[in-house]
Design a protein around this ligand. Structure first.
Ligand code: GN1
Ligand code: MG
Length: 356
C-alpha cells in the first residue's frame, strides 16, 4: 500500500527507510527517508474526511495566498505527484499525500514548559492573523459542523437513545455529571447569532504535535491542516487549553493527575494575544476562558457518544477507552472551573499587558 502510494510521487519504497509515526487518532502517517531526502507520507481517513479533495483545494488556495502576502512564512504544503496532484487516490487503498520533511524541525507530544505553550499559541494565532485578509467563507468545509456544539450535543443525545444499553448503564455517573454543564451549550447558541463573534480561518486541531519547533525550541509552523476551515477563535484557543494545561493527557486513567497549570494558561493567552489581540472584539475577549470550557465539554460528549456507539469514530486500544477519555475530560473541565476566578484575572492581566 505504502509502496504504491510512493510510486505515484516517483519514489521507490525499497530505496527508503519507512517508519510509522504515531500522530492522532484519525489519519495514518509515516516518515520516509530516501538517501538524503526525507518525506512525510500521510493517508487520509476518508471515513471521516469524506471529500479529501476539498482539503487539498483549501491548502492549495491558502498556500497561494500566503506565498503572495507573506512569502517568508513557512507554510508546509503537500508535494505534487508525478501527475501534478497534491493528493493521490488509489482504488481500494485510499487517499495519500506527501510532504517535505522540514530539515531541522521536530514535533513534541507533551507540553513540558510554558515556553512551549507560548510558542504554539503564538503560531496558531499567527496563522489566523496572517489569513485575516483571506475570505474564510470561501474555504471548503472539510467536516461539516465539526465544532458545532449544538449538533454534537444532539448526536450525544441520540447516542443515549440508540446506543449500547450496557455501556449507557455503566456510564450513568458521567451522564449525570454532564447535565450540570448545559449552560456551555446555551452560550454557544448565543455565539452563533452574535454579530460580534467572527468566523475566521481556524485550524481546529491545535494540539502540540501539530506545531513544528526548531532546534532552539522556537515554533516555526503549524501542520495538519485537514480541519482548517471557517470557525470561531474559541476552537483553537480552547483546544490548546484542553491539551496543554494538564500534565496528564486525555488517555490518563488516574484522574488525580489531572490539573490546571496556571503558568501554562498565561502562556497560551499571551502567545495567542500577541498575534490576535488586535483582532478579537470585546465580545470575543470575554470568551477566552469559555474557549476551554467549550472544547473540553464538547470533547467529553464526543468521547462518550462514541463509547455508546461502540467506538465507531475514535481509535481505541482497550474496551473502556472512550469511557475513560470522557471521564478524564469531565475531570479536566471541573478543574478548569475550580480556577475560574484566578484564570479570569490572568486574562485581564494579559489583555492589559497588550494594551487592550
Ligand atoms: C481527533 O486525529 P486527531 O488526534 O488529530 C479529532 C479531534 C479530537 C482529537 C482527540 C477529525 O484528532 O477533533 O480533538 O481526536 N479529529 C477529528 O484526541 O475528529
Ligand atoms: Mg488532526
Amino acid at each position: 500500500m505504502i509502496e504504491s502510494a510512493l510510486v505515484e510521487f516517483g519514489i521507490q519504497a525499497n530505496l527508503c527507510r519507512i517508519e510509522p509515526l504515531v500522530s492522532g487518532l484519525i489519519n495514518r502517517t509515516w516518515k520516509v527517508k530516501c538517501g538524503k531526502d526525507t518525506f512525510i507520507l500521510q493517508q487520509i481517513n476518508d471515513n471521516i474526511f469524506k471529500h479529501p479533495f476539498k482539503i487539498a483545494d483549501n491548502i492549495k488556495r491558502i498556500n497561494i495566498y500566503l506565498n503572495r502576502h507573506n512569502p517568508d512564512y513557512l507554510f508546509v504544503s503537500p508535494l505534487e505527484s508525478l501527475a501534478k496532484m497534491e493528493l493521490v487516490h488509489l482504488e481500494n487503498e485510499g487517499y495519500f499525500r506527501l510532504f517535505p520533511f522540514i530539515v531541522g524541525s521536530h514535533t513534541i507530544n507533551i507540553v513540558s514548559s510554558p515556553e512551549q505553550a507560548f510558542e504554539a499559541a503564538f503560531q496558531f494565532g499567527r496563522f489566523t492573523h496572517l489569513l485575516s485578509g483571506f475570505d474564510a467563507g470561501s474555504l471548503n468545509t472539510t467536516i461539516p459542523d465539526f465544532h458545532n456544539l449544538s449538533l454534537r450535543y444532539a448526536q450525544y443525545e441520540n447516542s443515549l437513545r440508540t446506543g449500547n444499553p450496557n455501556r449507557i448503564k455503566t456510564a450513568k455517573h458521567l451522564i449525570d455529571e454532564l447535565k450540570a454543564y448545559t449552560s456551555i451549550l446555551t452560550v454557544f447558541e448565543k455565539i452563533q447569532i452574535d454579530p460580534h463573534i467572527k468566523k475566521r480561518v481556524m485550524h481546529h486541531d491545535t494540539k502540540i504535535s501539530n506545531v513544528l519547533f526548531n532546534d532552539s525550541e522556537k515554533g516555526i509552523a503549524v501542520i495538519d491542516l485537514d480541519t482548517v476551515m471557517p470557525g470561531y477563535f474559541i476552537s483553537d484557543v480552547g483546544d490548546m487549553m484542553r491539551t496543554y494545561l494538564s500534565p496528564a493527557n486525555e488517555e490518563e486513567k488516574d484522574f488525580s493527575k489531572i490539573e490546571i497549570r496556571d503558568d501554562y494558561f498565561r502562556a497560551i493567552v499571551r502567545g495567542y494575544l500577541s498575534n490576535m489581540g488586535d483582532e478579537l472584539t470585546e465580545a470575543e475577549q470575554e470568551l477566552i476562558l469559555y474557549s476551554g470550557q467549550f472544547i473540553i465539554y464538547m470533547q467529553a460528549i464526543r468521547f462518550l457518544a462514541d463509547y455508546f456507539n461502540n467506538d465507531t469514530y475514535y481509535g481505541v486500544t482497550y474496551e473502556d477507552n472512550n469511557l475513560v477519555r470522557a471521564g478524564n475530560q469531565i475531570t479536566l473541565l471541573k478543574e478548569l472551573n475550580k480556577k475560574s476566578i484566578l484564570l479570569n484575572a490572568i486574562i485581564q492581566d494579559e489583555l492589559k499587558a497588550q494594551g487592550l
